[in-house]
Design a protein around this ligand. Sequence first.
Ligand code: BMA
Length: 322
Amino acid sequence: MGRNQLYETLFHRHPRNPILTAADWPYPVNSVFNPGVTLLPDGSTLLLCRVEDRRGHSHLSVARSPNGVDGWQIDPQPTLMPDPENYPEELWGIEDPRITYIPELDQYAIAYTAYSRGGPGVALALTSDFKNFQRLGMVMPPEDKDSALLPKRIGGHWALIHRPSSSLGAHMWISYSPDLRHWGSHKLMLRARRGGWWDANKIGLGPPPIETERGWLVIYHGVRQTASGSIYRLGLALFDIETPEQCLLRGDTWIFGPEETYERFGDVNNVVFPCGYTIGPDGDTINLYYGAADTCIALATGSIQRLLNWLDKHGHPEPENW
Ligand code: BMA
């Protein structure tokens, strides 16, 4: 139940939330949250979950379900562990994966946060079976996170959305590469607002962008600093298909935020943090999977057409980014 029904509800929480918790895990863990998501060719849902152990370090583990709601089969051991001997940037864990299926490679690309003494950076890995992974190493140095690869080349180049941080704020950027290893042509994509806004100073990509006929539909998180800590909420923006750094529409208000107990209270209070979704057979239903309070995994469902309608009504073009 939303706090104020006069705001349109775009995402409806599943009645069985939270759908996955540490209690479901086949080995000892502290928390499971922020999963990357993909629909497998057999129609089942795969979550690549961030799993935190009691050292405080995260690894990634696969949970599969025929209907995306229950009957989860969880890998009996961690699926992808940090490998600090070969990849020192993973010393303190790997976090927050975003999965993109890349038709040209017939592989899934996973953009994740690699965390170490140098800070959090963005790493890439490729897989075709979620058992064997080919690491491409760190592609964006610290401090950078909240990254996903677009599913196809833009003007002949791969495109990676990410969120570097500086003393002037944490904004969304997009960078381009001929080979997934060397990145340049960096462009500012979406700015955090300033001052009293819900998305002031710090924003980041949520799940990978949703490709629509109108453009790339982006769900992003905004972080509000308050006297009792941060509040992570979600906003909407639309970007040009051929020039994804060009923002066509951005909403002013958040569309989803922590309201239920499992979102408000946990290891980190007041966090909803989606890293992936599936699209239903109708091509319109979006099942958004999100970490709740850095503790468990929840599901909310919406309609892509309604998200676009909402942006038409409430969004406006962004002024020149730079
Ligand atoms: C962000 C990321 C997320 C986390 C969120 C709230 O910076 O580290 O993994 O869910 O903070 O703690």
